[in-house]
Ligand binder design. Structure first.
Ligand code: ACO
Length: 431
C-alpha cells in the first residue's frame, strides 16, 4: 500500500559512482523529507545525524511546529487560541483523540478523570521509603513507574483507555504528594468538587490545619500553563516515550522514562535554571547588560537560560502567551516581581544584541513560565514536575499514535563506530 505521505518525486544520491533514487515524502503542511528507510539495503550507507537534528523519526498527525515562523498547532488548532479559550482537559482530549470533544464527551471525560484521582493507599508507604529531601522529579518518575505494579492487566484497548485516565487523573496527586513529602507535611487527598487545576493547588497548599482558598486567576493561569506544555512533537522526552514504548513496554513504564528525560536542564529543567539565573543576578546586584555580556563570552560557562531552541529560530509562540500571562498574574495577585523585571530587561537587551540576532536565539517557553510558577507559589524544585503534568497528554497521544501505526517498528538507530579495530586479548600479567 502506498503511504499517505509518498509523493511522485525522488532525489538522487550519487555514491561511489552509482546513482540511487530516494523517494521524497511530504506532510500536510508541505514539509518534505527524504525517505531513507531503504538506504542501507540499497547502498550500504547509513546517515550520520548527531542529536537527530535532521531526522524525522516518525510521521505524526498530532502537533505541527514551524520554528522559522514561530508557529505551533495541536491537531491544526493554533496554540494561542487553545491557551486563551480551551481547558487542559479539553486540550488533552483533542491531543489524544484527534478532534475537539462534544459537550457530552467533555463532561464524561471530566467526570471520569475527577473520579480516578486517588492513589492506592499503599503509596503512602512508598513515599515514606524515600529520603525526605528527595527531588520531586525522580519521585514522580518512580511513582508513575510503580503504578504499573498496581495495574498489571493485559494490554487491551479497554485497559489502555483506563491507563490513560489513571495517568491524567493521578498525576496531580502524585505531584502534590511528592511535594508534601519533601516538606514533611501530611498528604492532602483529592477533592472531587474542584476542577483539575484547583484540585492540584488544593493538594499542594492546603494543610489539615488550614484550607487553601483557590484564586480563580491562579487556577486559570495554571491551566493555561498545562495547555502550553501539553505537546511539542518529537522533543527529547517524547522521543524517549516513543522509544521505550516501541519495545512494547507499557504506558506507565514509557511515561516514567519520559519524565526522567524531561528532568535534564537542557530540556524541562531549564525553567528552574531561569529562576536560579534571575535570583543570582539579583543577589549579585549584577546589571542585565553585564550578565548578557557573560552569556555571550565563549570562555564563560554562563548561558542566558530560557533563550534558544533547537527548533524555534523565532519567538516561541508559547513564550509570547506566557509573557502576557506573567504580567496579568503578577498584577492580579497585587505583588511585584523582581524576577519579572530582570527577565524583561534581559529579553530586551538580548533581542537587540548582534550575538543573539545572528544565532536566532529568542525566549523559549521556559523563560517566563518559571516567573509565573513562582508568583503563584509553586516552589522551584516543582517546576519540571509541572511541565510533566502538562506534557502527560502529549506523551500519551504520541505513544498511542506510535502503537496504532501499522508500520511501527522497535526504535533502533545505528552508529558510526570509532573505537579500536580488531585486536587480540592480552592476559593481565603480560600487559
Ligand atoms: N545563551 C548563550 N548562547 C547560546 C544560548 C544561550 N541560551 N543558546 C545557544 N547559544 C549559542 C551557542 O553557544 C552556540 O554558539 P556558537 O555558534 O558560537 O557555538 C549557538 O548559540 C547555537 O547553540 P547550540 O547549543 O548549538 O544550539 P542547540 O540547538 O544545540 O541547543 C538549546 C538548543 C539546548 C535549547 C540551547 O539554546 C540552550 O542551551 N539554551 C539554554 C537552555 C534552555 O533554555 N533550554 C530549554 C529549551 S526549551 C525546552 O526544552 C522546553
Amino acid at each position: 500500500m502506498k503511504s499517505d505521505i509518498m509523493t511522485d518525486q525522488t532525489s538522487k544520491l550519487i555514491h561511489d559512482g552509482s546513482e540511487y533514487e530516494l523517494p521524497v515524502v511530504r506532510g500536510s503542511e508541505n514539509e518534505t523529507a527524504l525517505d531513507i528507510s531503504k538506504l542501507r539495503a540499497k547502498t550500504g550507507l547509513i546517515t550520520y545525524d548527531p542529536g537527530y537534528a535532521n531526522t524525522g523519526s516518525c510521521k505524526s498527525a498530532i502537533t505541527f511546529i514551524n520554528g522559522e515562523e514561530g508557529i505551533l498547532h495541536y491537531r491544526g488548532y493554533p496554540i494561542e487560541q487553545l491557551a486563551e479559550r480551551s481547558t487542559f482537559l479539553e486540550t488533552s482530549w483533542l491531543l489524544i483523540h484527534g478532534e475537539l470533544p462534544t459537550r457530552e464527551e467533555l463532561d464524561g471525560f471530566t467526570e471520569t478523570i475527577t473520579r480516578h484521582t486517588m492513589l492506592h493507599e499503599n503509596f503512602r508507604g512508598f513515599f515514606g521509603a524515600l529520603p525526605k529531601n528527595a527531588h520531586p522529579m525522580p519521585v514522580t518518575a518512580a511513582t508513575v513507574g510503580a503504578l504499573s505494579t498496581f495495574y498489571q492487566e493485559a494490554e487491551t484497548e479497554e485497559s489502555i483507555r483506563q491507563t490513560i485516565v489513571r495517568l491524567l487523573a493521578k498525576f496531580p496527586t502524585i505531584a502534590a504528594w511528592a511535594y508534601k513529602h519533601s516538606i514533611g507535611q501530611p498528604f492532602i487527598y483529592p477533592n472531587n468538587n474542584l476542577d483539575y487545576p484547583s484540585n492540584f493547588l488544593n493538594m499542594m497548599f492546603s494543610t489539615p490545619c488550614e484550607d487553601y482558598e483557590v484564586d480563580p486567576v491562579v487556577a486559570r493561569a495554571l491551566d493555561m500553563l498545562l495547555i502550553l506544555h501539553a505537546d511539542h512533537e518529537q522533543n527529547c522526552s517524547t522521543s524517549t516515550v516513543r522509544m521505550v514504548g516501541s519495545s512494547q513496554a507499557n504506558l506507565y513504564a514509557s511515561i516514567s522514562a519520559g519524565i526522567s528525560a524531561l528532568w535534564g536542564r537542557l530540556h524541562g529543567g531549564a525553567n528552574q535554571k531561569v529562576i536560579e539565573m534571575l535570583d543570582a543576578i539579583a543577589e549579585r546586584g549584577e546589571s542585565a547588560e553585564d550578565f548578557v555580556a557573560r552569556a555571550k563570552d565563549r570562555d564563560n560557562p554562563a548561558r542566558l537560560m530560557g533563550f534558544g531552541h533547537r527548533v524555534y529560530k523565532n519567538y516561541d509562540p508559547r513564550a509570547k502567551v506566557l509573557k502576557q500571562a506573567c504580567t496579568d498574574v503578577v498584577e492580579a495577585l497585587g505583588s511585584s516581581s523582581q524576577q519579572l523585571e530582570i527577565a524583561m530587561k534581559l529579553e530586551e537587551i538580548a533581542l537587540n544584541d548582534e550575538f543573539f540576532i545572528e544565532r536566532r536565539l529568542f525566549p523559549n517557553v521556559d523563560f517566563y513560565s518559571g516567573v509565573i510558577y513562582k508568583a503563584i507559589g509553586i516552589p522551584v524544585n516543582m517546576f519540571t514536575v509541572m511541565f510533566a503534568m502538562g506534557r502527560m497528554s502529549g506523551w500519551i497521544a504520541q505513544w498511542l499514535e506510535m502503537r496504532r501505526d501499522p508500520n511501527f517498528r522497535i526504535g533502533r538507530p545505528r552508529q558510526v563506530y570509532t573505537g579500536p579495530t580488531r585486536r587480540d586479548y592480552v592476559p593481565v600479567d603480560q600487559r
